[in-house]
Ligand binder design. Sequence first.
Ligand SMILES: Cc1cc2nc3c(=O)[nH]c(=O)nc-3n(C[C@H](O)[C@H](O)[C@H](O)COP(=O)(O)OP(=O)(O)OC[C@H]3O[C@@H](n4cnc5c(N)ncnc54)[C@H](O)[C@@H]3O)c2cc1C
Length: 378
Amino acid sequence: MKLKKIKNKNPDLLIVGAGPVGCVIAERAAKIKKWSSLIVEKRNHIAGNCYDEINKKGLRIHKYGPHYMRFKKKRIFNYVSKFTKWIKGNYIVKSYVKGQLYPIPINLNTIEKFFNKKFQNKNQARKFIETLKIKKKKIKNSEDYILSKLGKEIYENFYKNYTIKQWGIHPRNLNKSVVGRLPIRFNRNPYYVNQKLKVMPKKGYTNLFKNMTKDKKIEILLDTSYEKIKKNIKPNLATIYTGPPDVFFNFKYGRLDWRSLDFKFKTYKKEKVQECVQINFPNENKFTRKVEIKHVTKQKSKFSTISYEFPKSKGDPYYPINNKKNTNLFKKYKKLIGKLEKENIYFEGRLASYRYLNMDEVIEAALNLFKRLKIKYG
Ligand SMILES: Cc1cc2nc3c(=O)[nH]c(=O)nc-3n(C[C@H](O)[C@H](O)[C@H](O)COP(=O)(O)OP(=O)(O)OC[C@H]3O[C@@H](n4cnc5c(N)ncnc54)[C@H](O)[C@@H]3O)c2cc1C
């Protein structure tokens, strides 16, 4: 590692990872406290998994899967709005089952179409679903959860095989929270997410995080892993680590499992290829979903790019696998993480906290961590 490349070898903060968490901490530190930050990022770009780019046909693609931004809290939206203008994010997702497309999350339209029935109101539909539910004394896993909420037919057609494909694990062996994240609706709300504030950055996520880290007090070193520089860089105040915990501790207690994905992009000479941004394939094909992000970016072009997602067990860590083995293992790492704060090392973000967190949630977590740093090193 040529340290010559680094301008500031004594930054106030050493930040590991130029994803949303790393960028937010660096921005706040520069703006509020005039602290300098050195961000080291092992990839060749900023923005973490939110990274997007323009492909050869001039179309914006989300390199690590579609990122549907939504905000639970106006305060977080207001903060991020300082760095971007927005376009609407009315995300529509459908599932391809037995040759037909059905709205996802399951809603009244899905239920009517699938069972070929018409309901006058929510209550009628609820009563009907009540007759299909399989009663469970205790909801122990994802299978129990869906069987007890929607019954066998919906479970078998929409959830079971999708979950097996996505996770490589039977829903019986996955915590109920895995399928529980997706709402179940008895209204006709067609949107993928519940939040009213659903948007996408007008010029993309990479641009958003570029704007966030413009301050001269922020230095970003790409293609550089923490492991390579950690002996040589001693920050004045603290280290913020946003990578996986088991890697940090050199797998002391063993490896945390992650689910990964392969993304295959294909460009078609067509204005639009499919009828909505995302189509899920629970039962057919090796891929889980086909995404045409142009439905949201609204780019004008004769071409359109589709990304196909193939789940796999090795590769970049994308989704923590929420089962007993990993929960117990992470608990052990968490104890070590807690102790490190005395040595001014902090863990934050989706990888570091081994939790499925959306962008607004990690941005909020980063803002909260910055508040703690401000108090401690104020
Ligand atoms: C397939 C997929 C789809 C998603 N869809 C959505 C969505 O629709 N809506 C939503 O809100 N959220 C979505 N997310 C979640 C979103 O990507 C995360 O919330 C967000 O990226 C987390 O930010 P972060 O900074 O914690 O981590 P990351 O974005 O993962 O950034 C961490 C960075 O740290 C770097 N790093 C790790 N270890 C080291 C090291 N040792 N040295 C140097 N660099 C290191 C990594 O290379 C990475 O760039 C999705 C995630 C995935 C994987």
